[in-house]
Design a protein around this ligand. Structure first.
Ligand SMILES: Cc1ncc(COP(=O)(O)O)c(C=O)c1O
Length: 403
């Protein structure tokens, strides 16, 4: 994979524009978008700015067909047997809420989760505990920051209905042993929901061979337009899954007293949809497919190894475990001396045009369990280069010396 060549596809990174190209290390929040995605979004507005699945004129039919194509492409990208198992939502949060509130959890049911969930899993589960009386069983991470399979086995019980977990942590970059988790959960009769928002951009996920029941991703973290999430729900489960949102297009019909839901995936897509976002997501999937996810993962880890090795030698830097960069994909979170993470991020931006994320990363429970007040997160992707990593290292050396 040639990052220098890839950079040419990203308008924000091209030299000679209005803005000096930043060193963009905030990819775990949103990635940048290649020209083909931007063009696909614009083309929708320029050529077919109509509504899919309702009106019967030609423009609407074209949009419907394009959205169907993207559904089929997304199904193939994630290894789903049937495009009907793929629903387009507004983000990963909506998909996670759909499963947590729609899968029929009831009083006394147990949901097994981890101590480092994004709030998009953690908060809906707390709410489900309030509303339905479910019990949460939390698997504490091992001291080295990895998943504790023995603790997981102990957390499973005959009351476990759902295992809801972050497949790849947005703070540490660590990816769970997914296959073992699915097998162990299924052997106890529980379903599995993976929050794969941070996995999908750089790791091949095959929902079919993994046999996971539900999986949710964000298109905007994998080169797609903002505000587009994808939910995979296995056919056997999706027909029993209640939508989170009800209204137009989600139903076959309604009388004054009743309604009947459309089959999946349309029942999860009530209201006018983000058609340009869906079409742009198709372009993003094709772009990633051309590069190949194995090459993406290899590139990220190579940059992470370089960054980790250098940061370890800088006075006052503490990297959030796991220590091994091979276990952290493109993510490196750290603290330096007693500095406030937001201050470090602002210094990097103002002095070097380096964009990182700082704070709790919507993952307060992880910081609380590790007794830390936040962290700086550098997250790298396909267009980042070894030269950018070296500039970042130099900037951190300067900060360490000055403060
Ligand atoms: C692990 C993880 N889960 C869920 C989300 C929420 O994604 P979205 O903004 O698409 O709802 C994020 C976003 O940062 C994330 O990193």
């Amino acid at each position: 994979m040639d990052a220098a060549e890839i950079r040419r596809d990203f308008p924000l990174l091209s030299e000679g524009g209005d803005r000096e190209p930043p060193i963009y290390f905030d990819n775990a929040c949103q990635t940048l978008r290649p020209r083909c995605v931007i063009d696909a979004v614009s083309e929708y507005y320029e050529s077919t700015p109509a509504c899919a699945g309702r009106s019967s004129h030609r423009l609407a039919t074209e949009v419907s067909l394009k959205c169907d194509d993207v559904r089929a492409e997304a199904a193939s990208f994630f290894g789903a047997a049937d495009p009907a198992e793929i629903a387009f939502l507004k983000n990963a949060t909506e998909g996670l809420n759909t499963v947590i509130f729609g899968s029929g959890l009831a009083k006394g049911d147990e949901v097994v989760t981890t101590d480092y969930e994004h709030n998009s899993v953690h908060v809906p589960l707390l709410r489900a505990a309030e509303v339905y009386g479910i019990r949460r069983r939390i698997v504490r991470s091992s001291s080295d920051g990895t998943f504790d399979l023995e603790a997981f086995e102990e957390a499973l019980s005959d009351s476990t209905r759902l295992v809801a977990m972050c497949l790849t942590s947005n703070v540490t970059g660590y990816t769970l042993p997914a296959r073992e988790i699915v097998e162990m959960a299924h052997s106890r009769g529980a379903q599995v929901l993976f929050d794969a928002a941070q996995t999908a951009p750089s790791m091949h996920i095959d929902v079919g061979s993994l046999d996971v029941d539900y999986l949710v991703v964000s298109a905007h973290k994998m080169l797609g337009p903002s505000g587009l999430g994808i939910m995979y729900a296995k056919n056997e489960s999706s027909h029993r899954l209640a939508p989170l949102i009800y209204g137009g297009h989600g139903v076959t019909g309604a009388t004054l007293d009743s309604f009947e839901l459309l089959p999946p995936p349309e029942r999860f897509e009530a209201g006018l949809q983000n058609y340009s976002g869906i079409i742009g997501t198709g372009a993003a999937i094709r772009y990633l497919d051309r590069i190949g996810l194995d090459a993406v993962a290899e590139h990220e880890v190579a940059l992470n190894r370089r960054m980790t090795r250098a940061l370890r030698g800088i006075d006052g830097i503490r990297i959030l475990s796991p220590a091994d960069p091979n276990l952290r994909g493109g993510i490196l979170s750290f603290n330096i001396k007693e500095m406030v993470p937001h201050d470090v991020a602002m210094i990097l931006d103002n002095s070097r045009n380096i964009m990182v994320r700082s704070g709790m990363h919507c993952c307060h429970s992880l910081f609380e369990s590790r007794r830390i007040d936040g962290a700086v997160r550098a997250s790298m992707y396909i267009y980042n280069t070894a030269g950018e990593v070296d500039e970042f290292i130099q900037a951190m050396e300067d900060i360490s010396q000055k403060f």
